[in-house]
Ligand binder design. Structure first.
Ligand code: 8YV
Length: 323
């Protein structure tokens, strides 16, 4: 039987690319610039997209694929895919939840500890020879002791972060769209009210129209001058210029960021700040977890094409019942 045509777009690991070429007639688009050339060859035949990092699937692209049935996303977050268009056309979108939950939660804790206790700065101090010449690294002004963490977004990853904090004796409260019935953490229906009562905000939200700039100047002000913001969700959730302003004027104590508004670009003003810890979007970036994500993305494609049963479809796009 002829292999099914799949567009393989964006950053994916070599072993995933190899499996995709074995299972499908795989059309590789590593960079958006290559798109026109590839689509002129195969656009009419493509029935699936394997979508890797930093490759958007806007309406203009999707419209050029008249036979498209499924967009299998490599990642739990699926911003950048036009969901309205997919839902209207009956195109299924899948993501990679669960397999990355613990890894991203580990990174969130690492970023929090690093920001609070200045671990990266302390290591730079040692490597620069300053321990020997100037003595011990200064005591950190911040500590996790006596802090309360407000988690913004208590989904799978938020919950895994909360459990880690609980084990570290750090009190946790949360704000999300709905109160959860299965946890005892205090729920705040209003984000600014939560920010007024906590000193540490842990952002674990996806990037959607509803979450854009949710953490704005007012929320940052409510956190106060001891406030620390950690973002492991999406850069679009924070008003980035407002954050830079708050950090620069020390009306906010510090920030730890794994995600940015316009990746991989990080604003020069953020790079200059010594009260920001900056990671290059590495929340899920271990070989173990990225392989599990790649496998789930591929299993979603094969599940769909073999039995109309994708494993992890997103709620916004309908999955027609197998008949
Ligand atoms: C990855 C992520 O960076 O899962 C997500 O939503 O942001 C990360 O795990 C990304 O998906 C890989 O391209």
């Amino acid at each position: 039987m002829a292999k099914i045509d799949v567009l393989v777009a964006g950053a994916l690991r070599a072993n995933a690319l190899e499996t995709l070429s074995r299972l499908f007639n795989s059309h590789r688009v590593a960079e958006a610039d290559d798109l026109d050339a590839v689509l002129s060859q195969c656009g009419d035949a493509v029935r699936g997209i394997a979508r890797g990092g930093h490759f958007d699937a806007p309406r203009e692209l999707l419209k050029r694929l008249p036979k498209l049935e499924i967009v299998a996303n490599f990642g739990v977050g699926y911003d950048g895919i036009d969901l309205d268009y997919c839902a209207a056309k009956g195109i299924v979108v899948t993501n990679t939840p669960d397999v990355l939950t613990e890894e991203v939660a580990d990174t969130a804790l690492g970023l929090l500890l690093n920001t609070v206790r200045e671990l990266s700065a302390a290591e730079r101090y040692l490597r620069a020879g300053r321990w020997e010449t100037e003595g011990a690294y200064p005591l950190t002004r911040a500590t996790l002791r006596n802090r309360t963490v407000g988690i913004l977004g208590l989904g799978r990853i938020g919950l895994a972060v909360a459990r880690r904090l609980e084990a570290m004796q750090v009190p946790v409260v949360y704000h999300s769209r709905h109160q959860r019935a299965d946890v005892a953490y205090r729920y705040y229906p209003d984000l600014t009210s939560m920010a007024e009562t906590v000193d540490t905000l842990m952002i674990v939200l996806p990037g959607t129209d509803a979450t854009v700039n949710m953490v704005d100047a007012a929320v940052l002000k409510a956190l106060g001058p001891d406030g620390i913001v950690i973002n492991i969700g999406r850069g679009s959730v924070i008003d980035e210029p407002a954050l830079i302003e708050a950090l620069a004027s020390r009306t906010l104590f510090a920030a730890g960021l794994d995600v940015f508004a316009n990746e991989p670009h990080v604003p020069e003003a953020l790079l200059r700040l010594d009260n920001a810890v900056l990671f290059p979007h590495l929340g899920s970036a271990s070989v173990f977890t990225r392989d599990a994500m790649g496998q789930l993305m591929i299993d979603n494609l094969t599940g769909w094409f073999e039995a109309r049963r994708p494993l992890t479809p997103v709620p916004e796009t309908p999955v027609p019942q197998a008949g």
